[in-house]
Design a protein around this ligand. Structure first.
Ligand SMILES: Nc1nc2c(ncn2[C@@H]2O[C@H](COP(=O)(O)OP(=O)(O)OP(=O)(O)O)[C@@H](O)[C@H]2O)c(=O)[nH]1
Ligand SMILES: [Mg+2]
Ligand SMILES: [Mg+2]
Ligand SMILES: [Zn+2]
Length: 422
């Protein structure tokens, strides 16, 4: 391990754990129990009590070297101020930082869940023990994790504070039956109360056991998926004090350094001779941050904020969501048309009653999720599993990348399958 990476282990999370699950099952409450942070703070989210955007919160995990698991585990959310074990008084040891990516469960917000899952190394599938399992978005998010390739999950059976012992057992059996015969059949199931912070140490233990920090090849050309973008200047800031646009996202490979030249693709939309075209942006990284921690070099893991010299009006209000950041010349060309090898699900799982998935038809409009990019396109040819589409917003991805496909059914986008980019 090089010394720069050893330093990064102390400063930034190097693993992302996401949430998944039906609306109101307690995903954001669980992230708060783990991190101490309410990750869903936009005014509209607070007003409506539902998560609308991708949320983030980091936590640091500590352990007591003397106590057994799960009691030995602590997080930033319950760290004693004297940094000593509350059972035996031994000074606690730092283990690692973990970043949590919180997604909405509402059926209307499936595209945001798909973008969020592009950033996850593992997921917590949160299931409300008071409700029969599976609920529609329990099924749909579970399928999405499979499609995006997040095949490391911990099932969190939540709200055990409000169920009888009998219902808890029944709920456990429903979960077991739901997972039976799937890739997640042996996933651990941890009962908790996110609201009352019961058994959270057992969940931290499961995260330590089942979600190791991924080993990555840091020599790959760097790439970041943009999940947020901002103008961080307060209104009325004098021109000479303005700072450039900020991009928030997760690095999927390689590492970025302050001072690096970068390209951002597909970039910004322009009109040229009546045609909409996207022009890449070029800029220099002026700062890097993981949470509040300034970094010289940033590795995959957590939400990294990249400060740039871009005109902040370009990056304001999440304008650059879905873009990919890399070294100039290293990113694939934006694709305005795509060829896909399509694999449809047998059933639409996000509806109340699962429906059969009809084949892809010529002329129909599909929603396409690639990384954090959301686009829609018209199918121009569909022959068996070969589909050609014209996209409204171009996507930037390598050959072989998995693309999630959704179709409007009764006014809602429903996941129907995936395709490989040819
Ligand atoms: N009794 C009880 N209530 C809980 C628990 N966890 C969450 N809740 C409540 O369930 C409701 C929904 O919680 P959220 O954390 O917003 O659920 P969510 O899954 O993030 O919801 P969306 O993001 O909108 O899908 C809130 O009223 C929480 O207080 C729990 O362990 N016990
Ligand atoms: Mg939420
Ligand atoms: Mg809610
Ligand atoms: Zn102890």
């Amino acid at each position: 391990m090089d010394s720069e990476y050893a330093e990064a282990l102390k400063k930034q999370p190097l693993v992302n754990v996401g949430t998944a699950g039906h609306v109101d099952h307690g995903k954001t409450t669980l992230i708060q129990a783990l991190t101490g942070i309410w990750a869903s703070h936009h005014s509209e989210e607070l007003k409506r009590g539902i998560t609308l955007k991708i949320g983030y919160a980091d936590t640091a995990i500590y352990q007591c070297p003397k106590c057994p698991p799960p009691q030995k585990y602590y997080t930033s959310a319950n760290l004693p101020s004297d940094m000593k074990c509350k059972y035996c008084g031994t000074p606690l040891e730092y283990v690692r930082k973990v970043s949590f990516v919180d997604v909405p469960g509402h059926e209307m917000l499936m595209s945001i869940m798909l973008a969020g899952s592009a950033m996850m190394d593992a997921a917590l599938l949160v299931i409300d023990a008071t409700k029969e399992c599976p609920q529609p978005q329990t099924r749909e998010h579970f399928t999405a994790l499979d499609i995006i390739g997040v095949r490391r999950i911990i099932v969190v059976q939540n709200k055990i504070d409000v169920v009888s012992r009998e219902r808890a057992r029944e709920s456990y059996n429903e979960i077991k039956r739901f997972l039976e015969g799937t890739w997640a059949e042996d996933a651990p199931i941890i009962p908790v109360s996110a609201l009352h912070k019961v058994n959270i140490d057992a969940l931290v233990w499961a995260i330590e056991k089942y979600v190791p920090t991924p080993e990555r090849d840091h020599s790959l050309p760097p790439r970041m998926l943009v999940a947020r973008s901002f103008d961080v200047n307060k209104p009325g800031t004098p021109v000479h004090e303005l700072v450039g646009g900020v991009l928030g996202g997760t690095i999927v490979q390689g590492k970025f350094r302050v001072g690096d030249e970068v390209e951002i693709k597909p970039g910004v939309k322009l009109k040229k001779g009546g045609q909409e075209v996207w022009e890449p942006l070029y800029t220099t990284i002026t700062s890097l941050k993981s949470g509040e921690e300034p970094l010289e070099v940033a590795y995959p893991g957590g939400l990294i904020a990249i400060g740039t010299e871009l005109d902040p009006s370009i990056s304001k209000a999440d304008n650059l969501i879905g873009n990919v950041v890399g070294k100039p010349g290293s990113l694939p060309e934006p694709l305005y048309e795509i060829d896909l090898e399509v694999h449809l699900l047998e059933r639409v799982v996000g509806t109340d009653q699962p429906l059969k998935v009809d084949p892809v038809r010529n002329g129909e409009v599909l929603m396409v999720n690639v990384g954090t990019m959301l686009s829609v396109g018209v199918v121009t040819t569909a022959r068996h599993d070969e589909v050609h589409m014209k996209l409204k917003i171009p996507v930037v991805a390598d050959e072989g990348t998995r693309v999630a496909l959704s179709r409007q059914i009764a006014g809602r986008w429903r996941l129907i399958g995936y395709g490989f980019l040819k």
